[in-house]
Design a protein around this ligand. Structure first.
Ligand SMILES: Nc1ncnc2c1ncn2[C@@H]1O[C@H](COP(=O)(O)OP(=O)(O)OP(=O)(O)O)[C@@H](O)[C@H]1O
Ligand SMILES: [Mg+2]
Length: 456
């Protein structure tokens, strides 16, 4: 059988805690205790129990107050309330706030155990449910309480049900694709396909056939008919990612498709009507691109019916801790890490201090690294300092390097090493993409990585 499930007993009477502990340990649960609300909240943060039993009448914070706090930070954690005197009003209130069950003291043994089993089962189901949803649609929970994110969540709700085009802008890793998927999943098109095209990754000669498909024999190598992304997305959503990187020619063709809601396969004559909602994203400043003659203004207006801008992570610092906790919880849930792995407050503060040029994707990678590499159950500030690289500006790094190195040869090698690491990070450790970008052969990169002992 799997690991023992952990139950937190919160009651200010020691005799009750002891009695409950004895029963639960006999049933093979692992038990922790708290004698008041403050202690309970701390234990929940630090020890991450699977279920909480909470006395209603306690000195200090009462059970209802504690329940409210738990539901704010961990809405899915099942909480069973216990109360000395059957008070229906309180029971109703507790259930409204989100208590899983309500038992009277002294609890009937059978009823107690059934309630605990059900509570654990229900949170298990919620987790499984989310995993299935994630596997099917990708995860589209948007985490964050910063005003910008709260607004974006409201906007998504508002526009999802319409068929309006949305242009999502923001730096790398700020969550543009996540927003696009959330719009699709909340729309009437959710049961149809979400088709994404990365316009930057496809050479412009091929983009047209990718988007519109082609007929057999349309060009050399077109040995069979191909259905393009517009047709694949019929009834659903087409996500044009990195739209700012599309060639002028492709822009003209896309504009036409959007104006007419019709496409023509490459090499074909038939005009095919499609019902597609188009969402687009870019990290470029399109008005500037228009000014510089790189992007068509008419296409911009077609795409930009509803703009959604995602601010960089450093401008929503309050979300950093929330996101870090969320990513860590997902790792625990997938049992990639031990269920007792948690962040210390100092570690979260240290994370807040970082710059996060790679935004949420970078934070997600950092949390994974910390979860796997930090030696203790509790992730400490010093782990963050050690495993999450402090990003310095390249010029600062070079200056430091010059100061610290005397030998020209050493300087060159160290500069090469740093350059490679930075570029590999930028391309998410995709060797081919990095090789292309810095214009050397893949085999060269492998050799250098070996030479300098560079590992992901
Ligand atoms: N608010 C959020 N809550 C939870 N996870 C998020 C949030 N924003 C982004 N993520 C996660 O961060 C990662 C990066 O997000 P996403 O791919 O949507 O960014 P992007 O803006 O499309 O990046 P790029 O410009 O590099 O394509 C994904 O794993 C995504 O699920
Ligand atoms: Mg993206």
């Amino acid at each position: 059988m799997g690991k023992k499930e952990k139950i937190l007993i919160t009651d200010d009477e020691k005799s009750i805690r002891n009695a409950l502990r004895e029963i639960l340990e006999f049933e093979n649960y692992s038990v922790i205790e708290a004698e008041n609300g403050e202690q309970a909240l701390q234990a929940i943060e630090k020890e991450n129990p699977d279920l909480v039993m909470l006395d209603i009448k306690m000195r200090g914070m009462d059970g209802i107050e504690v329940l409210e706090k738990i539901k704010e930070s961990k809405p899915e954690l099942p909480v069973i309330m216990i109360s000395g005197h059957g008070n229906i009003k309180i029971a109703v209130e507790a259930t409204k706030i989100g208590a899983f069950d309500f038992l009277e003291k002294p609890p009937d043994l059978n009823r107690l155990l059934v309630s605990i089993r059900n509570g654990l089962k229900s949170s298990e189901l919620i987790k499984e449910n989310r995993q299935i949803r994630t596997e099917l649609h990708g995860n589209t929970d948007i985490i964050g309480n910063s005003p910008a994110i709260v607004n974006i969540k409201k906007l998504i709700e508002k526009v999802a049900m319409t068929s309006s085009r949305v242009l999502i802008t923001g730096d790398n890793g700020t969550g543009k694709e996540l927003v696009a998927r959330a719009i699709h999943n909340n729309s009437g098109r959710a049961s149809k396909k979400f088709v994404d095209v990365n316009c930057a990754a496809i050479p412009s000669e091929l983009l047209e056939s990718e988007l519109f498909g082609h007929e057999k024999g349309a060009f050399t190598g077109a040995s069979a008919q191909r259905i393009g992304k517009f047709e694949q997305a019929d009834g659903g959503t087409l996500f044009l990612d990195e739209i700012g990187d599309m060639s002028a020619e492709s822009q003209a063709k896309v504009l036409r498709a959007l104006q007419e809601n019709q496409i023509v396969r490459v090499g074909g004559n038939e005009r095919i009507t499609v019902d597609v909602r188009v969402l687009a994203a870019t990290n470029k400043d399109l008005p500037l691109e228009i000014e510089e003659g790189n992007f068509r203004e008419d296409l911009y207006h077609r795409l930009n019916v509803i703009p959604i801008h995602l601010p960089p992570l450093r401008e929503r610092q309050d979300d950093i801790a929330l996101l870090a906790e969320w990513f860590l919880a997902r790792l625990r849930e997938r049992e990639i890490i031990f269920s007792g792995k948690v962040f210390s407050n100092d570690a979260l503060n240290e994370l807040k201090k970082q710059d996060w040029p790679g935004n949420i994707r970078e934070l997600q990678n950092a949390v994974e690294r910390l979860a796997l590499l930090s030696p203790e159950d509790e992730i400490m500030a010093k782990d963050v300092q050690k495993f999450v690289q402090q990003k310095k500006k390249p010029t600062e790094l070079l200056g430091k390097l010059i100061d610290e190195t005397d030998s020209f040869h050493e300087y060159k090698e160290e500069a090469e090493r740093l350059f490679l690491i930075k570029k590999l990070e930028k391309f998410d450790w995709n060797i081919s993409a990095t090789a292309d970008a810095i214009n050397i052969q893949r085999s060269h990169i492998y050799n250098k990585m070996k030479k300098y002992d560079i590992e992901r």
